[in-house]
Design a protein around this ligand. Structure first.
Ligand SMILES: [Mn+2]
Length: 421
């Protein structure tokens, strides 16, 4: 029994970079994805969490999501879609239309589903995937992002997660027949993963990182979300992060965005990454450390002018300047050098070497709310203790607090987190 899956994750619909919305890039990705699903004759699309960038996403982001799902139904009537919630998603918001979407063969699991008696709802966690002939070729364990309150009385977080997955695998083995593959989804931080700066919630440092053996050997493929760089886990080809479809920060600008095609044949899985065309480049000028202003201006003047063949989305540019004194006309000089160029300025970062290793960020097109809370925390600490970095335990505790606040369901009508404001 053969089945083809397409694995993607971490779309972060509604994300911005500075004040620049990413909707146009997301739309291009989703159009490309629809074509790929059709061309590759995919049977099931697995979306492994962080559909949205925030728990309370803007209407434009929700429209992208629902229009994509509608297009899936219109163009690929047989395609099964499985969506799990990530740490950025509101489980409740994702689950609200689950009944309606279920009628359209779109299976959504926003939060760990439980029945009235608090037992796991396996009818929602275990999803049969059917092949072109309509026969069940695989079972998918659709486990969303697991929050501490999901694990109940388990000794620790890892033991709790292991027990949750274990219960699902046991329940699947009861339903599954010979020749049917076992597939798992998850939105989690796995031990040894390569992290970027936009993956919120490295809870309690790396203490909660999951070992790969949470997934037993009879699981043919594990479709993971959370880390934004595409990667395998613990050297195992069939436990993968697809990574996000577009770079969400400057740190991610060189990631090779991809989705993963998985061919299941009984219990064997054949994996083939499919590169995603980049809709818009992110550039740091200069690529090396910050340079003196004149050299930076020269580099900006060398940038190309727009031509007719260009894509309509000019690169997003972050400029790094080394200054030895305040430069009141810095922004004006940079704007002038960029006049008529094919570039959109998102930030100027100025470093004053004599102040030690704490560069002062000049953020002309952002407001304070776009600065990550961890940055603000570090700056406050350094204002009190000049030249010192806050200890790791203190940063972990602060990040855990931020995470708690951001995951709280906001009162009606209020934005849920700082990104929303
Ligand atoms: Mn993410």
């Amino acid at each position: 029994m053969k089945l083809r899956l397409l694995h993607t994750s971490d779309w972060h619909l509604g994300a911005t970079l500075g004040v620049i919305a990413r909707d146009a890039e997301h739309r291009r990705f989703l159009d490309w994805l629809l074509d790929a699903l059709e061309r590759e004759r995919v049977d099931a699309l697995l979306i492994a969490g962080d559909i949205f960038d925030a728990a309370n996403p803007p209407a434009t982001a929700q429209r992208l999501y629902y229009e994509f799902l509608a297009q899936c139904r219109a163009r690929l009537p047989r395609l099964k879609v499985v969506v799990i919630g990530g740490n950025h998603d509101s489980a409740g918001r994702l689950d609200a239309p689950a009944g309606l979407l279920g009628a359209l063969n779109i299976h959504v699991v926003g939060g760990v589903p439980r029945r009235d008696d608090k037992s796991l709802d396996f009818d929602r966690l275990l999803i049969p995937l059917t092949d072109a002939a309509g026969d069940i070729a695989a079972w998918c364990v659709a486990m969303p992002f697991i929050r501490p309150f999901d694990i109940g009385a388990a000794a620790d977080f890892i033991a709790g997660v292991r027990a949750l997955y274990g219960a699902c695998f046991d329940a699947t083995r009861c339903r599954r027949q010979a020749g049917q593959a076992l597939v798992a989804m998850g939105h989690a931080f796995m031990l040894g993963g390569a992290v970027s700066d936009t993956e919120r919630a490295i809870q309690r440092g790396n203490l909660d990182a999951l070992p790969a053996d949470v997934f037993p050997d009879d699981v043919a493929y594990v479709a993971l979300g959370h880390l934004h760089r595409a990667q395998t886990v613990a050297g195992r080809e069939r436990i993968r992060y697809s990574g996000s479809p577009l770079p969400l920060s400057m740190t991610e600008r060189r990631y090779e965005s991809q989705v993963v095609l998985v061919d299941l044949d009984g219990e064997r899985a054949e994996v083939r990454p499919l590169p995603i065309p980049r809709a818009r480049d992110l550039q740091r000028i200069p690529e090396s450390d910050a340079l003196p202003l004149e050299e930076v201006l020269e580099a900006l003047r060398r940038l190309p002018q727009p031509t007719d063949q260009d894509s309509p989305l000019p690169p997003l540019v972050e400029v790094h300047v080394r200054l030895d004194r305040p430069e009141p006309t810095l922004k004006a000089k940079i704007d002038k050098a960029l006049e008529g160029k094919r570039a959109e300025l998102i930030a100027i970062r100025a470093a004053y070497p004599q102040r030690g290793d704490a560069p002062l960020a000049v953020v002309p097109v952002q407001n304070a709310l776009d600065i990550p809370p961890s940055d603000i925390f570090r700056r406050c600490y350094q204002a009190q203790y000049p030249g010192k970095l806050p200890p790791t335990e203190l940063c972990d505790a602060f990040n855990a607090l931020v995470e708690q606040v951001q995951q709280q369901v906001p009162p009606e009508g209020l934005p849920s987190s700082v990104e929303e404001q």
